[in-house]
Design a protein around this ligand. Structure first.
Ligand SMILES: [Zn+2]
Length: 342
């Protein structure tokens, strides 16, 4: 087996993937047609063309607007997990979704959640992949809107929803605006994470850890600009959910050989690999492993670190982590034997 194939077949967890960013272009076109929503182009292959994070966020909102009925959410959740399994041997995902992108269009939050949960349960039955959900605060929302979103999520008490995160454009809106929303989530037993240092300063990581109470950091690249914050994250064993392709497209780190992920690994930070918005960036979890590890000439030991740090960074309980570790270990040994045989 070639190393690239090995990388795609390695069993994986994924902790940084946005539901709305996993819609297949063909499904986006289908749903737009079904709901009478105009698209900027009739060419399905060009639907996900954009140049900046702001254009990307516009398309993200347009994709979201095509999700209307419970079955739309179910279809996308199922296809999203199916792509992860088929293209990258995905076994477990904690997936973000943005409630207010939908509720502000008049879609009930129960429709969003129950639709996604239908798709998740069907995918588990058919494909053996598991998925849990993280409701994301959208940074460009007002703090009161974010707080109300958390109240609604808490009130519904769907067991699949295990955490609160935060996304949207980082530079214009600082994380401390959402202290109340995060405190409310923590009081109600939700686990906490946040996008930070994607294009914002290292202080954003400190704010997310100390003020918001986050356990993980999504992205985190600019943390390297502060030796103090970097050392703190290393010493505390903070997990970073990094996304090679999306950031190389949006932030111009087009050469993966010099992507900050390399320096984060070298600095001793705990890094996991993720696909972010896979269909919108024309990638998948298998390609993220293959492209980054090939570009940086990482060996099997480093691949194992990514995989097992991924398991440690999940919010599964200890016994579920142990069984996942065991299953992954067996499968990796089998794959490594096939790799050596060539
Ligand atoms: Zn993201």
């Amino acid at each position: 087996m070639r190393f690239e194939e090995f990388l795609r077949k390695v069993p994986k967890v994924e902790l940084h993937c946005h539901f709305e960013g996993t819609v297949r272009a063909s499904t986006f076109a289908d749903l737009a047609k079904r709901h009478g929503i105009a698209l900027p182009t009739g060419d399905v292959s060009k639907l996900y063309d954009y140049a900046t994070i702001y254009e990307f966020l516009d398309i993200f909102a347009l994709v979201s607007s095509t999700l209307v009925d419970r079955e739309d959410f179910a279809r996308v959740a199922y296809e999203s997990l199916e792509d992860g399994v088929t293209l990258g041997n995905l076994r477990y995902r904690e997936m973000f979704f943005n409630p207010t992108l939908h509720t502000r269009r008049g879609i009930r939050i129960a429709t969003v959640l129950d639709g996604m949960i239908d798709g998740i349960r069907q995918a588990e039955t058919d494909l053996g992949v598991q998925c849990r959900l993280i409701a994301d605060v959208y940074r460009q929302d007002e703090p009161a809107t974010a707080r109300q979103m958390v109240e609604e999520v808490v009130e519904l008490r769907r067991p699949e929803v295990i955490g609160l995160g935060m996304d949207g454009a980082e530079s214009p809106d600082s994380p401390e605006r959402f202290v109340e929303a995060f405190a409310l989530a923590a009081r109600n037993g939700l686990r906490l994470t946040s996008h930070a240092c994607e294009d914002g300063p290292p202080e954003n990581v400190t704010t997310c850890l100390d003020l918001l109470g986050c356990e993980r950091i999504d992205h985190g690249y600019h943390v390297l600009e502060s030796p103090e914050v970097t050392a703190r994250c290393r010493d505390e064993g903070i997990y970073f959910t990094c996304c090679p392709t999306s950031t190389s497209v949006v932030y111009g780190w087009t050469d993966l050989r010099t992507h900050p992920i390399r320096d984060m690994v070298d600095a001793g930070l705990r890094v996991t690999l993720n696909s972010d918005d896979p269909t919108m960036f024309r990638t998948d979890i298998g390609s993220e492993y293959a492209d980054l590890c090939m570009a940086l000439h990482y060996d099997v030991a480093q691949v194992r670190r990514f995989v097992f740090d991924g398991i440690e960074a999940t919010w599964l309980d200890d016994s579920d982590k142990t069984s996942l570790r065991r299953a992954f270990s067996d499968e990796l040994e089998h794959l490594e034997r096939q790799l050596e045989a060539t």
